[in-house]
Design a protein around this ligand. Structure first.
Ligand code: G6P
Length: 588
């Protein structure tokens, strides 16, 4: 989703900004732009496409000046066009801004500003920020006052960075992330530490309703009422700098391949929090679990695990639905919030709703400095390192690993959880031999338009996660189904053009799922079996390694991640940055 960055320092700003934007590409975007201040004027260059392409055509990096702002846009208001790309200058060009979030009252503000003679070029909500800052700056010529007056009327969630005609940089935060970096050769402000991590490891996390003014003489932070605010400088983890693809063709493949290492390490950096989380859940009156996308699929796995092994009922809630059923949360209850980024707006909203009902929050999150981690009573860290590929892979298995660890603590070791054994089994699934078999099947999916994935019991959430991976990476219509529901409708869709993946491990779901496979085969559809037992019903068999029954979810998802990845490569889609999607969806 939109990334913003600003720099003021001793170096040329544009190359630093372009590099920062490249590092944040994983968040998802459709257009890019940079503005710098030099020789008493603000210059803007922008366009539709990838950072590297736009840089080639409009030479973003060649803008001169030691102060600048940059942006990658993920369109919400207005089409994907060069004009709608950020930065947006004010109508007089004395201020330019980049923005992440949504300004809900933009139409009303735009009307007022137009009546006052300020003109607009784009269809975006963001441009009102530029003109509003200009309007208030015109009245007082005081940047601090202009920001206070501007944020007083903006409605919605936002973070913006502005550059002013005197070379001052300013930024404000309201429910969207914004981090200040303090380097030896300059100041940074960005939505993500990755934007500046190689230049600065001293950071300040702006709180909600705060803004910063950055000048060569130093930085000043204020709250929205203009009171000065003191902040501690913290260090960011250097592991964030390690975000290169290395020998891999794509981040997605790199991250899939890292799972033998990340699974056993999950939660290791927050062992105390993990113990506390288990204790809180054990004593809670009611337990809910929430997430979006992949994180919600982990929540569904958790429901089965907790019920079967910990004998605790937990209710999964899709984060984006929490708003429509706010009464579900009880006093003294726990909401477990799952999120790789810790910035998904839907998850943050679910958390706020639960907190308003008196629930305590346990988060399971990869980015420990995220808004979600900050809002939680207990934050357990995935510890799987940066995940750049938009489609979640290693963060999913790390979420599972942490949920398994919590259940194992509550049930007193009843599962005999051995994550190093899981890791070793996953390593076998990632062998060259297994990969080449999956590649062959992936080739056959190239022209397929519909794939159904069936699973029963705990394998149903894995079917859902599988369909999400296939959709995200291959753009093939994919649907996860509970096996038993086949005969209640989807069977009507089976014909020789359909492919069905059966998640069919050798457990209590095995024979029912095999019966479904036969029903499907009888209608002419192609059947891909993911199982530790061969069967003549499978047109293609992906062999699952033998593992302790409770651990199947880990080993089931790995071949599907590979299948989706290789099918994406076959189809020539970009597995790391699927069209229209964002890694971190910071708007509702
Ligand atoms: C976006 C991504 C999904 C991801 C979801 C939740 O929709 O495209 O792949 O699963 O966000 O992200 P989170 O960071 O909250 O786990």
């Amino acid at each position: 989703m939109c990334s913003i960055i600003g720099y003021l320092g001793l170096n040329e700003a544009a190359p630093i900004i372009v590099k920062g934007l490249k590092r944040m590409e994983y968040r998802g975007y459709d257009s890019v732009g940079v503005a710098t201040f030099s020789n008493d004027q603000i210059m803007v260059r922008k366009g539709v496409g990838r950072v590297i392409e736009v840089n080639k055509t409009v030479k973003l990096e060649e803008l001169s000046g030691n102060v600048g702002i940059g942006h990658t846009r993920w369109a919400t208001h207005g089409m994907v066009t060069d004009t709608n790309a950020h930065p947006h200058p004010s109508s007089t060009g004395e201020v330019a801004i980049v923005h992440n979030g949504i300004i809900e009252n933009h139409e009303e503000l735009k009307n007022d500003l137009q009546k006052n003679g300020y003109s607009f070029r784009s269809q975006t909500d963001s441009e009102v920020i530029a003109n509003l800052l200009q309007y208030h700056y015109d009245k007082t010529r005081n940047i601090k006052q202009a920001i206070v007056d501007t944020v007083a009327v903006l409605k919605g969630d936002y973070a913006f960075v502005a550059v002013f005609e005197d070379g001052t940089l300013a930024a404000a935060r309201f429910h969207e992330p914004l981090i200040i970096g303090i380097g030896k050769k300059g100041y940074f402000i960005s939505s993500d530490v990755l934007g500046f991590v190689e230049h600065a490891d001293d950071v300040i996390y702006l709180d909600n309703k705060e803004f910063v003014i950055i000048r060569p003489s130093g930085i000043q932070i204020f709250d929205f009422e203009a009171n000065p605010v003191q902040h501690q400088i913290t260090k960011v983890s250097k592991e964030f700098a390690d975000v290169y693809k290395g020998e891999y063709a794509h981040f997605t493949l790199k991250e899939i391949s890292e799972q033998p290492l990340t699974i056993p390490k999950s939660g290791d950096n927050t062992k105390l929090e993990l113990d506390l989380a288990a204790d809180f859940i054990r004593h809670a009156k009611a337990v809910y679990i929430t997430g979006s996308g992949t994180s919600y699929n982990s929540a569904l796995v958790a429901k089965f695990l907790f019920a079967k092994y910990a004998k605790i009922k937990i209710e999964p809630i899709i984060s984006s639905e929490a708003h429509f059923s706010p009464d579900v949360f009880e006093q003294q209850s726990i909401l477990v919030a799952l999120s790789q980024s810790g910035e998904s707006a839907d998850v943050l909203e679910a958390v706020k709703i639960a907190q308003n009902s008196g629930a305590k929050i346990i988060s399971i999150v990869n980015i420990m400095t995220s808004s979600l981690a900050q809002m939680s009573s207990i934050a357990v860290g995935l510890g799987c390192g940066p995940e750049i590929g938009v489609a979640a892979t290693k963060s999913f298995t790390s979420q599972l690993a942490i949920l398994y660890k919590i259940v194992e603590k509550i049930c007193g070791g009843c599962m005999g959880l051995d994550l190093s054994e899981v890791a070793e089994t996953v390593r076998k699934e990632l062998s060259d031999d297994s990969k080449s078999k999956i590649k062959e099947i992936a080739k056959r999916l190239k022209n397929v338009s519909d794939i159904y994935i069936l699973g029963r019991g705990i394998h149903y959430p894995i079917a859902l996660e599988s369909s999400l991976k296939l959709k995200e990476l291959t753009y093939i219509h994919a649907e996860g189904l509970p096996g038993g529901e086949l005969k209640h409708g989807p069977l009507a869709l089976m014909d020789s053009n359909t492919h069905v993946i059966m998640i069919n491990p050798d457990d209590s779901t095995y024979s029912d799922t095999l019966t479904s496979a036969r029903e499907i085969k009888a209608r002419g559809a192609k059947v891909i079996g993911i199982s530790d037992k061969p069967s003549d019903v499978y047109d293609y068999w992906i062999e699952l390694p033998r593992i302790e029954e409770s651990m199947y979810p880990f080993v089931e998802i790995i071949p599907i991640q590979l299948l989706a990845y290789y099918a994406a490569v076959e189809k020539d889609t970009d597995p790391d940055y699927p069209r229209n999607l964002a890694k971190s969806v910071t708007v509702k």
